[in-house]
Write a protein that binds this ligand. Sequence first.
Ligand code: AGP
Length: 372
Amino acid sequence: SAAEKGGYASFMLKEIAEQPKAVTDTLLGRIDPEGTLHLDEVRITRGELREVDKVVIVACGTAYHAGMIAKYAIEHWTRIPCETELASEFRYRDPILDPHTLVVAISQSGETMDTLMALRHAREQGAKVLAICNTNGSTIPRESDAVLYTHAGPEVAVASTKAFLTQLVACYLVALYLGQVRGTKWGDEIRTVIRQLSEISGSVERVLETMEPVRELARSLASHDTVLFLGRHVGFPVALEGALKLKELAYMHAEGFAAGELKHGPIALIEDGVPVVVVVPSPAGRSVLHGKIVSNIQEIRARGARTVVIAEEGDEEVVPYADHLIRIPATPTLLQPLVATVPLQVFACELATARGNEVDQPRNLAKSVTVE
Ligand code: AGP
């Protein structure tokens, strides 16, 4: 009903707007004033966590994109090898697992069959399973060794938004906690990032306040057939997520690419007028990839692409090559997905609406996929 949507036209719009609070709620009680993480609720002992020699993340869809981003964070802050795999592929390839493997299963609903089967397989091989889940008492946390709940509140719209942002927060918490427990050379950085994470919801709020031009742009693209998305490093999964949202909601051909792969094939897709959304990493000094992606933007623009550039405030280098510029607050490199994803959600939602689609209930999709 209209009342349940709290005055918004759809649950999706309501859930997008709830993201600053969802992020805050997921951090609540887990960081002390000294900037130390407390995740005692994760019932895997510190001793066991110190012995972990491999992390494997399994998930589907949007949760898989959160897991892809987690890999960058976990390997950087903990120096433990980490792989992220689609839950539906995982158990069919005889993966290498043992009691020193930490498997992280990410699921909003806690009922996704592919993810459940993957974690059952992992436990049969003796691996420890930590669930990151938004639904209290659902099957996936019940069958796991430990759970870290996201506190996004109920997510009604089929397209995941606030659950994704809180999954990211939970993944960062796991990465930082593992780093904290094990002690790595990144100790100082870990403490700094914990503080930055505790302030990030303000940045999400700021993004939401500046979305009108994004909505306008989305409406202007309603009659297009294709939108491409490019990113690098943690911006690559963000590009995949932007494309997934557009497929689900606008029923458009949308693809995300790692920008470094452009010349290995995808650049052949660029023709006059094709909109390409580019997620730009932090400017030079903080990310060596910045200059590389600026060249990519020039390359595709020279071939006719209409460039939609998502870049941090203060990044002036991208300005000459952006047909449309979407600003996001400056953010530590690994945390950027928390702000960079938000415009892509708004973009997909508005484009779908402009095409006359029902955003809360896209065709052919279910909120949780309980069959394989
Ligand atoms: C997201 O917009 C999708 N509807 C879908 O990809 C979803 O993230 C996936 O099915 C996983 O669901 P879960 O998080 O409930 O396991």
